[in-house]
Design a protein around this ligand. Sequence first.
Ligand SMILES: C[S@@+](CC[C@H](N)C(=O)[O-])C[C@H]1O[C@@H](n2cnc3c(N)ncnc32)[C@H](O)[C@@H]1O
Length: 297
Amino acid sequence: MTEAASNRGGSPAAKLLCLRAAEAAWNLSASHCNTDCKTYHKIRPLLRCLGLTAEPADQAAFFNSSMTEALHLGARDILVCGTSDTAMPELILAIADAASVPVRLHIVDVCQTPGELARRCIQPEPSSLRTETSDILCRAHADQFDVIVTHSLLGQFSPETRPALFAKWHQLLRPDGRVITVNRIKTFGEVRSYDNATAEALAHEVVKKYKDGKLNTNIAPEELHGAVMDYCENRASFAVSSTKQIMDLCTGAGLEILTLDAQKGKSRSAGLRGPALPDGATYCHLVARKPKNLQGH
Ligand SMILES: C[S@@+](CC[C@H](N)C(=O)[O-])C[C@H]1O[C@@H](n2cnc3c(N)ncnc32)[C@H](O)[C@@H]1O
C-alpha cells in the first residue's frame, strides 16, 4: 500500500498534521473534554507523534483492503465511531482519496475534543466532514451509514454493554452496510492498566523522544512527565479476551461475519507494555455485514 494510504509517520504533511493535532489537543482538553477523558485526549496525539501509542495505521493494510472493497461496492457514508484523535479520519480519507471515491465522513465521539481536532487540523477541511458529540449508545438512528469503522473501541465498553453497542451498529447501518473494526485481544493475565514502573518508563521515554525530536510545538517539556503519569493513572480498558466473544456479539446483533481473524500487531514501543502500547499484542480484524433482508432486526 502507498504511504499516503498508510499515513504512518510518512510524509512531511502527515507529520505536520499530527503535530498540529498534538498541540491543539494539549490546549483544548481543559475546555472541551469531559472530566473523565481530559488526561487521555490531552496527550494521545502527542504519543502518536512520538510513535508511542497504537493507532489505526498499524493495521493499514487491513483497513485499506476492507475499506477499498466497500468503497468499490458503493459505500459513501462512513461513520467513524469514536476516535481519540485525527488518526482514523486521516486514514479513511487517505484510503478514499487513493481509490478516487468521494466520501461523506461522519465522526461521533462522546467527547467534543476529537471532532474539534478534525475540524481544526484536517486541511483542507473536507466539506463533507460532519462531527457530532454523543454517546453512541444513546444516538438516534435517523440517518444511516454504509460503513461504521472503529479501532480499539470495544475496550471502552464493559462486556455487559457491548451487545447494546453491536445492536446500535446494526440500527445505524443500511442493509448490506459493514462494520470494519480492529480490536486488541487480551488473553488472561495481560494488563489492562499501567503499573507505576511502566508509567514512569513511558513518561521517561516520552520526555526523551520529545526533546530529542526537537518538536516544534508550544507544549512545555517540563509539563510532559506529569501529563503522561496522569494519562497512565486514569487509563484502563475492558479486555476482549477472544475472537469468539466478537463472533457472539455479531451473531447476537444479527450481523453476518465476512472476515474475522487475529494477528500479531507491530512491535514499536521500546519494549514497554500496557494499554494502547502495541508491543507484541494480538489484534483481531473484523468485517461484518448487516444482511440485506433483515432490516427490522
Ligand atoms: C476509538 S477508542 C480507542 C482509540 C483508537 N485507537 C482510535 O482510533 O482513536 C477511543 C475513543 O472512543 C470514545 N468513546 C468512548 N466511549 C464512547 C461512546 N460511548 N460513544 C462515543 N464515543 C466513545 C472516546 O471518547 C475516545 O475518543
